[in-house]
Design a protein around this ligand. Structure first.
Ligand SMILES: [Zn+2]
Ligand SMILES: [Zn+2]
Length: 259
């Protein structure tokens, strides 16, 4: 049994029937739990509706750094109301993305800081997105006291030094399909070395499909390929890795799917 610790289910597949088919395929592949992630206020509302309807889905709600420019005077109150729902396990995804720079960097920073404070206020862990801003991300997590709630560095794609600092701040590392890519040796090294009680696996569907589906639309069933790679790197069976990562998620956010 496996949990997909980070996937986007709203707007990722053409119709509701397609989404049901995606979730059925995941279940048949042994994936029995899903953390569905919201990226702006509207998306977060829809993700919460989905999580309320399905006991195998829990929500992570926030405003992605790409969407930081959409933050206005009403966003904090609206998001705070959403994240207090018991079906919500994480605040985010939030963080910094200096690769695409789709929102101005100072806006990304303010919106990130505000969501760290919100996570502390509601006492829920954070779902962190970071790209090409490793030092800044760690600095803001430290300055805002994020270690009080911890969380997930999702789609881990940094180096071992970053991993160590994130672990010291109490964060878990979630590996995505990138770990299956041949050239991703630095990430594979971290996946082999990270403490057993801090590792998770995810798809980040519909993006970043793992080998052998690279370039195709990703879906939660494919987390089995991510898990197989991480298990291989650590000398474990996929079954053992499934148990470990499911237990780690439960320790972090208090939720595990019923089998
Ligand atoms: Zn992300
Ligand atoms: Zn994501």
């Amino acid at each position: 049994m496996l949990v997909d610790s980070h996937c986007h289910l709203i707007g990722s597949y053409p119709t509701q029937d397609d989404l049901e088919a995606v979730l059925d395929r995941a279940r048949r592949a042994g994936v029995n739990g899903f953390i569905a992630v919201g990226t702006d206020l509207a998306d977060s509302g829809l993700v919460l509706d989905l999580a309320r309807r399905r006991p195998d889905i829990r929500a992570s709600l926030g405003v992605h750094p790409h969407e930081a420019s959409t933050w206005d005077d009403h966003t904090l109150d609206a998001l705070a109301a959403l994240v207090r729902d018991p079906a919500v396990c994480f605040v985010g995804e939030t963080g910094l993305d200096w690769h695409y720079d789709l929102s101005p960097r100072p806006v990304q920073e303010t919106v990130f800081r505000t969501q760290i404070r919100l996570a502390r206020e509601v006492a829920k862990p954070l779902m962190i997105h970071t790209r090409q801003a490793p030092g800044e991300t760690l600095r803001l997590l430290r300055e805002e006291g994020a270690s009080q709630v911890g969380g997930i560095i999702h789609c881990f794609s940094e180096d071992r030094a970053f991993a160590q600092e994130a672990l010291d701040l109490g964060f878990h590392l979630s590996f995505s399909g990138i770990v299956t890519f041949k050239k991703a040796t630095a990430i594979q090294e971290v996946a082999a070395w990270a403490p057993e009680d801090r590792i998770l696996v995810e798809t980040d569907a519909p993006f970043l499909a793992p080998v052998p589906f690279r370039g195709k639309t990703n879906e939660p069933a494919f987390v089995t390929h991510v898990a197989a790679k991480v298990a291989e790197l650590r000398g474990l069976t996929v079954e053992a890795l499934g148990r470990i990562t499911t237990r780690n998620l439960e320790a972090l956010c208090g939720w595990a799917p019923s089998s």
